[in-house]
Design a protein around this ligand. Structure first.
Ligand code: DGY
Length: 336
């Protein structure tokens, strides 16, 4: 039997938008919100989780096998975020703990950031903005701060899921870009709708003018954009990563930019996070870096909060949950 809401204590690991908390409280769930601004330490997280029945968490919480084995009493984990590489989903599945995430609701906001980074890098905007503060705007200089145009260029998408598709739509609509992509599976719909062409990883590297990363972080994708990959790219190419920083080797990226192996880079995710304030990438002309704010609009964060909370509500009501990433978990521990 699943517990009644009144018997459930949801550990909420940060001050997430109120919408989700209100939804849980309105349904009679007990909600404990960690009051700190900073993430909990692993020790604090474990201690609090032991006192809880459900988790509402995000990417900074390490939910690995050993944590899960100590907290196998947890009924459900609802992640505020589309990515869930902080959670050992396989171990959770084996223990019968469903893991949910917040897909779809953040695709537009995140694609907007990828698109904005691309334009900002192509016109050196972050660097030029800072040049005013450096006192460099004295008179019109015809050859100063020149960027590159995007019209008619080839967009390469690594990971054509929901966010990658939104990025492709923007690039095609605004700049008439040709779209090529590399993915685990071919996407017939995107091929039809966007005229997107499936290519090998090697071809993606060779032919992209803009290469935008939207894949999940897995053992196969970790570190895939290293010097070996950058060397295959065009020297005029722009590398964009709004997915996970661990997919690129940041030292290799800095070297590739310094040596002109590729032209520019726009990052919303870095490796490691947070990026140190003296990172040489921050001083480069053709680089724009943001502090992992892909989904950071009020509307999107409210929707993420609601969706993460709804999964918990649906679980205890025994209703179908669409955004569950390990559905096999529901078959393992028969609680009903
Ligand atoms: C996501 O939703 O995965 C974002 O990167 C924030 O974690």
């Amino acid at each position: 039997m699943r517990r009644n809401p009144g018997e459930v204590n949801v550990l909420v690991t940060r001050k997430f938008p109120e919408r989700g908390m209100e939804l849980l409280k309105d349904q009679g769930f007990g909600v404990s919100v960690w009051p700190g601004e900073e993430p909990m330490t692993d020790k604090e997280f474990l201690k609090e989780a032991k006192l809880s029945t459900a988790l509402f968490c995000t990417l900074s919480e390490k939910v690995d096998r050993s944590f899960l084995e100590e907290c196998s009493h947890i009924d459900i984990i609802s992640q505020f975020g589309v990515g869930y590489d902080n959670i050992d989903v396989e171990a959770a599945g084996e223990l019968g703990i469903p893991v949910c995430n917040t897909p779809d609701v953040l695709s537009d906001a995140t694609a907007d950031v990828a698109f904005a980074l691309m334009i900002n890098v192509s016109r050196k905007m972050f660097w030029l903005h800072k040049s005013i503060a450096r006192g460099e705007w004295k008179y019109f200089r015809p050859g100063y701060g020149l960027g590159i145009e995007l019209r008619g260029k080839t967009l390469g998408i690594f990971g054509l899921g929901r966010i990658g598709t939104e990025m492709a739509k923007r690039c095609k609509g605004a700049f008439g870009m040709e779209v090529i992509y590399h993915n685990r599976n071919r996407k017939a719909e995107a091929e039809k709708e966007l005229g997107a062409r499936y290519v090998s990883f090697e071809e993606l590297l060779l032919h992209s003018d803009i290469l935008s990363v939207h894949a999940n972080l897995t053992n196969e994708t970790e570190g895939i954009f290293d010097m070996n990959a950058f060397r295959k790219m065009k020297s005029s190419a722009i590398f964009i990563n709004t997915a996970r920083g661990l997919m690129h080797d940041e030292n290799d990226l800095a070297t590739a930019l310094q040596k002109g192996i590729i032209w520019g880079a726009g990052l919303d995710v870095t490796n490691p996070e947070p990026m140190e304030s003296d990172n040489p990438l921050l001083e480069m002309e053709n680089v724009a870096v943001l502090p992992h704010i892909g989904s950071a609009t009020t509307e999107t964060r409210n929707r993420m909060s609601e969706l993460a909370a709804s999964a918990i509500v649906s679980y205890y009501r025994g209703e179908r949950i669409d955004n569950i990433v390990n559905p096999q978990a529901l078959d393992i521990k028969k609680r009903e």
